[in-house]
Design a protein around this ligand. Sequence first.
Ligand code: F6P
Length: 532
Amino acid sequence: MWDKLVSYQAKIADRRFETLVDGARAAGFSAQAGDMRLDYAKTNIDETARKLLCDLLDETGVAAKRDAMFTGEKINETEGRAVLHTALRNLDGDAVTVDGTDVMPEVLATLDRMSAFADAVRDGSFAGQGGQITDVVNIGIGGSDLGPAMAVKALAPYHDGPRCHFVSNVDPADVAQTLAACDPATTLVIVASKTFTTIETMTNARTAKAWMGESVDEPAAQFAALSTAEDKTADFGIASERVFGFEDWVGGRYSMWGPIGLSLMIAIGPDAFRAFLRGGQAMDVHFRAAEWHENLPALLAVVGIWHNQVCGYATRAVLPYDNNLSRLPAYLQQLEMESNGKGVSMDGADLPVHSGPVVWGEPGTNGQHAFYQLIHQGTRVVPCEFLVAARGHDESLHHQHQLLVANCLAQSEALMKGRDLDEARSKVADKFEGDELERQAKHRVFPGNRPSITITYPQLTPFVLGQIIALYEHRVFVEGVLLGINSYDQWGVELGKELATALQPVVEGKVSAADKDGSTAALVDVLQRHGL
Ligand code: F6P
């Protein structure tokens, strides 16, 4: 099947896809889930390519694997785990069984406990030793940070709770600067760690506890924990009523829908948090029911596969024209690259094609004044993913929002159309002539024919954010199935962790660096001479 796709792509590679784009194509090469629309008309995918891609979905058994995921089968085979983050947003409570037990009563009970705690923090019935909680500090890293940090920023217009801060890096600058802005007597510290062993998180948590202990009698009373390891949270001294547990079938980078989302829930309130869950749930329903050619996650996945594995474009830019989504690219870097950045398929064989792409991006319009130069005129094609709302949150500045949207639409148009030499020449013909005109014109040529997709939605509400995140989660799932990858483990992060543990006594000067390779030993030496 890959061969068919690759040979068809070779046949149409030089075609200017702009010639395909008429009004009918806009309708035929877009799909809708509720009010959210995915437009992939500005790509070189035509009926034949789409048919081949949908055949790939069928031949790979994506539908059966999707159903296996939703029904609690242990599709994370290397860790022997089910993959059920979808249960966390299954607000109707329909039974979902793992090892013969319906997990939903426990999921919904935890959601209720979180809601009661969030309400108590927000209304002051849970207070710090100096009064009502003014600041919440979430200490976590990776999936225990990026999801809630991204979402708290995304839903800033809905904040009516205490200020939220996020500490993730073991760099002391992160924790020190964050805590310096907070009053220990009115701060709640949330230690978010699925395993409760992650060295960065536990180091920062101990630092925060010591900081709080300098000012209040019972620092642990202002700590909450979010973890699957409830024994370890007790060892840390956090009372069980402020421990919110979850199960190993929630992957770290898929965990913001449950307890790991507590900081978000405190920021926007339990009702808005449930609206976020409902958005995710709506995307689940769509993903399970819609035909492939109408199915947003499946289409997003096959467009990704087309550009990366078939066309060979190694990276993918995520460009939200929505400043509140400024952390979305960082969030998606973990979601996509930790999930599908693997060279071995589920059965242990080498992948026959490349693993998932490098994902990167920044909000528009900032990116336009930074790296869009390369996107438009560089020698490598970067497929772009634009996200844009019809409305912002400030009615009085709607004219500014319209300018934002104009910029977004202009970029995808420019990427598609480009500017040929004749047009470039005409732009500067009044200033130059002869050879100099030719030279100057060439610098102003845009190759065009560069693909992009655009995701539109009415407004970035909690519900819509839920739709967006679930859309990307399922896209990663589908791409993983097509590549034969286990998207739910992350063995590739382990080696660096092991070596860091071994290097700690070396950098502390307790153990000689002589056993290390020459480069590492020299780096330790130079840093130690500068005061390490
Ligand atoms: O280092 C990778 C990782 O295991 C991620 O997958 C995870 O999201 C992150 O570390 C944090 O893990 P934990 O929540 O267990 O502290």
